[in-house]
Structure formats: structure tokens, C-alpha cells
Design a protein around this ligand. Structure first.
Ligand SMILES: Cc1cc2nc3c(=O)[nH]c(=O)nc-3n(C[C@H](O)[C@H](O)[C@H](O)COP(=O)(O)OP(=O)(O)OC[C@H]3O[C@@H](n4cnc5c(N)ncnc54)[C@H](O)[C@@H]3O)c2cc1C
Length: 401
């Protein structure tokens, strides 16, 4: 085993760095206030943010870096998943915007694995060109951790299916073109052979979207109601009634793509830098034992996150399914999200509560936002308890219950 990038990977890493320095303003990472793992704090301070985002997105698509690991015949670069992981690590370190992460990072790789040739031809080029954005329609009021309990149905009627039911916590549904929707297509069949995936246009007649405000007061997710929504049968993706098996593949990609381990490293670096220039009661913070221990624990767990990042990528490159590893990665990273926020709040004491940027604000006011936002990290994409259950059941061979 050789623990380093090969020359091609190293060159690619450099190329990504150069690209980011060119494509984003030099102070971008210092302005961004998103918390790694969190869903709701994504906010950039500045009037020109939208313009910068649009420019970055265009450059990224021109470069083909929204499709790094996809096969060339579908518009991809056909790089390895290790190279994809290098890209994700560097972009998260520089806090580059996450572009088309659902369509490009979760749905397209799933279609490439489970879709028919016709389905790939229909959807992949449009996703590669950045023409369509997507939201994930999995959770329902009575089905979250146990997605096999979903009740939304799609019943075939000639060349169409008719969808009825409700989804909830649907992130970004209000600004995305298509729902990547799992619904029950054979309600009488055994649960795991009764569901299918569809791509459903969000503006279809019969869809009603209601906003839900998150803990930071942001509008990030929604309730979505389906009332006799008609979708062409050709929009079914994968094999009919095998949706729960396809869901496992989609969730593996989601857990990997959401982490962005470089963002955790960046926060730790900023935390350490702030600690080094701060005193408490005349004593420099770096000399306080409890502060040092907290930071050392975080540094160790970030290292575990890095190793799991490379390990899942290596398994994907070998065509294996990194189910246990992606759960472990999601678990380690999102628990870290919470530990880092708690550490930041503890270490800087009452000053941590200041969000507004003043001469006394430590850490650019990130701590209070992170403290609220990190709660979403260990719930979205499957809670920590569910990740531990997957590791126990699939990894250790323990019984399901
Ligand atoms: C910020 C955010 C964004 C989200 N975005 C989306 C989205 O875009 N699309 C989407 O479909 N969903 C989304 N979700 C929903 C998310 O996937 C669910 O909230 C999550 O899977 C948990 O489901 P639940 O809320 O129904 O909780 P429940 O499943 O009811 O769980 C409640 C509690 O019980 C625990 N629990 C449940 N079952 C077990 C078990 N077997 N063993 C041990 N403990 C258990 C859970 O860990 C949790 O602590 C989002 C959630 C958040 C917080």
C-alpha cells in the first residue's frame, strides 16, 4: 500500500486549485459563512454573490468538472472516483459553491448504474449540460428513517402514471426543475418490491409546494403535495418495482457527495488560528488543557473522515458498493459537524454568541450559526442512529433489530 496520490492525481489536484483561484474571487472562502455538514447556513456575504455563482457554474460546466467520473459516451470526463474525491475535497476546502449537487452528484450517477440505455440517453446529457436541477422526494410524514413505509402511489393509466400523496423536508423543491421521486407502484406487493423511481417535472399540474422555515430562519425545505399528478410512463427510471434497491445506490452517492471533508479541515484551521491569538483571563488559549484536547480530538476525527473519503472512492472505482463505508463517512463527518460547533461555542465562551462581525467577534461569527445549523447534519440523508444500524447490520453481520 502506498499512501499518496499518483502523479496524475497530484497534477489534477494542482489543476483544481489553479481553477478555483481563477474562478472565484480571492476572498471568497473568507466571505463564505456556511458550516460543513449543515444544510441551512449557506450564505455568502456580498451583493455580487449571485453573479459570482453564475460565472463559477458556467466555468465549471465548460471545464466538464460537473461530470468528472461519468463515462465519456454520456458527456463525462471518465476520471476515477478518487479524482472525483480529490475535486470534492479541494472545492470544499476552498468553500466553492456546490453546483447541481443533487442532479449531478446523486441522481445522474444512480441512473448511470441502474438505468436502461434509453433512460441514460434521455436524462444524462441534460444533467451534464446543467439544463435541469432536481430535488429529492423520499421522506413523507410517516416515512423517514423507514422509507419502506412510504404511502405516495403512482398507478399506471395507459402511457402515464397518476401520482397521489405527500413528500416532506423536500430541500430546494421550490427552485428545482424535477423531483427524483420514489413512490409505490404496486401497493399490494411485498414492501421491498413495490416502489419505483420517477423524474417528475416540478411544475406539473397537481403539485402544490408549501415552504418550511428552518432553525436559522431560512427557506430551505418544503412540504410537497401530489394530487392526481400525471407523469409519462417513460419518466420511470430504473426497473419498475425495484425502486428500494435503486434507493440504496442513490443513498450511497448522497452520503459521499454531501460530506466535503475539506470544509471540515478549513474550519479546524480557522479555529486553531483564532485560538492562537486569543487569551482567557490573561492565559493564552493554546495553553489551556481542555482547549488543546478538544482540538486534538477534532483533528483526529477529521483524519478518519479523510481516510473514509479515499476508501469509499477506491471502492467505487472497483465497482464495489461502499454501503458500510459511506455510512461510516457520513456518521464521522456529521458528528464532527456538531463537535466542532460545540467546541467553538465552549472555547470562546460568551464571545461565541456574537454573530455580527465586530472587533470582539471570534471566528467571523461562524460559531452561533454553526451551532444551530449542525443539527441538520446528523438528521438529513439518514440520521446517525440509522448509519450506526447500517454499520451494525451490513458491516458486522448483527441482526437488523
Ligand atoms: C436539513 C434537512 C434536509 C432534508 N432534506 C430532505 C430532502 O431533500 N428530501 C427528503 O426526502 N428528505 C429530506 N430530509 C428528511 C430526512 O431524510 C429525514 O428527516 C430523516 O431520514 C429522518 O426521518 P424522520 O424525520 O421521519 O425521523 P424518524 O425516522 O421518525 O426518526 C425519529 C428519531 O428516531 C430515530 N430512529 C428511527 N428509526 C430508528 C431505528 N431503527 N433505530 C434507532 N433509532 C431510530 C431517528 O434516528 C431519530 O432520532 C431532510 C432532513 C433535514 C433535517
Amino acid at each position: 500500500m502506498e499512501f499518496k496520490f499518483n502523479p496524475r492525481e497530484e497534477a489534477f489536484r494542482q489543476e483544481v486549485e489553479t481553477f478555483l483561484k481563477d474562478a472565484l474571487p480571492p476572498d471568497w472562502a473568507e466571505k463564505d459563512i456556511s458550516w460543513p455538514g449543515g444544510y441551512g447556513s449557506g450564505g455568502f456575504r456580498g451583493d455580487d454573490t449571485l453573479e459570482i455563482l453564475a460565472r463559477y457554474r458556467k466555468k465549471l460546466i465548460e471545464k466538464g468538472w460537473n461530470t468528472i467520473s461519468w463515462p465519456k459516451e454520456y458527456g463525462g470526463r471518465e476520471y476515477t472516483y478518487i479524482e472525483q474525491a480529490i475535486f470534492d475535497e479541494r472545492t470544499s476546502y476552498y468553500r466553492a459553491p456546490n453546483i447541481d449537487v443533487i442532479a449531478g452528484g446523486m441522481v445522474a450517477p444512480t441512473i448511470l448504474r441502474v438505468g436502461t440505455e434509453a433512460q441514460k440517453k434521455k436524462w444524462i446529457p441534460r444533467i451534464a449540460a446543467g439544463e435541469i436541477s432536481m430535488w429529492l422526494g423520499y421522506s413523507e410524514p410517516n416515512a423517514g428513517s423507514d422509507l419502506a413505509s412510504i404511502q405516495t402511489t403512482a398507478i399506471q393509466d395507459g402511457d402515464e402514471y397518476v401520482i397521489n400523496g405527500q413528500k416532506v423536508w423536500s430541500s430546494l423543491a421550490h427552485i428545482s426543475d424535477y423531483a427524483w421521486l420514489i413512490v409505490r407502484t404496486d401497493p399490494s406487493a411485498p414492501r421491498h418490491k413495490s416502489a419505483s423511481f420517477f423524474l417528475v417535472e416540478t411544475k406539473s399540474p397537481g403539485i402544490t409546494i408549501r415552504p418550511l422555515q428552518n432553525i436559522l430562519g431560512n427557506y430551505h425545505y418544503n412540504e410537497v403535495f401530489f394530487d392526481n399528478v400525471r407523469v409519462p410512463a417513460e419518466n420511470l427510471v430504473g426497473e419498475k418495482n425495484m425502486g428500494f434497491y435503486h434507493l440504496m445506490t442513490a443513498l450511497d452517492f448522497e452520503r459521499v457527495v454531501l460530506v466535503g471533508i475539506g470544509g471540515f479541515k478549513r474550519i479546524l484551521e480557522e479555529l486553531v488560528a483564532q485560538v492562537k491569538k486569543t487569551e482567557r483571563d490573561g492565559l493564552p488559549l493554546p495553553n489551556i488543557q481542555s482547549v488543546r484536547l478538544k482540538l486534538a480530538r477534532i483533528a483526529t476525527e477529521i483524519e478518519a473522515g479523510y481516510l473514509l473519503t479515499w476508501r469509499t472512492a477506491e471502492m467505487l472505482d472497483k465497482g464495489l458498493s461502499p454501503s458500510v463505508e459511506s455510512s461510516a463517512l457520513k456518521l464521522v463527518a456529521t458528528e464532527l459537524s456538531r463537535k466542532m460547533a460545540e467546541a467553538a461555542m465552549d472555547i470562546f465562551g460568551p464571545y461565541s454568541l456574537i454573530e455580527e462581525e465586530t472587533a470582539f467577534t471570534p471566528f467571523r461569527g461562524m460559531a452561533p450559526r454553526g451551532y444551530l445549523d449542525c443539527i441538520s447534519a446528523t438528521i438529513g440523508a439518514g440520521t446517525s442512529e440509522i448509519q450506526r444500524n447500517i454499520i451494525a447490520y451490513r458491516g458486522l453481520g448483527l441482526p437488523r433489530k
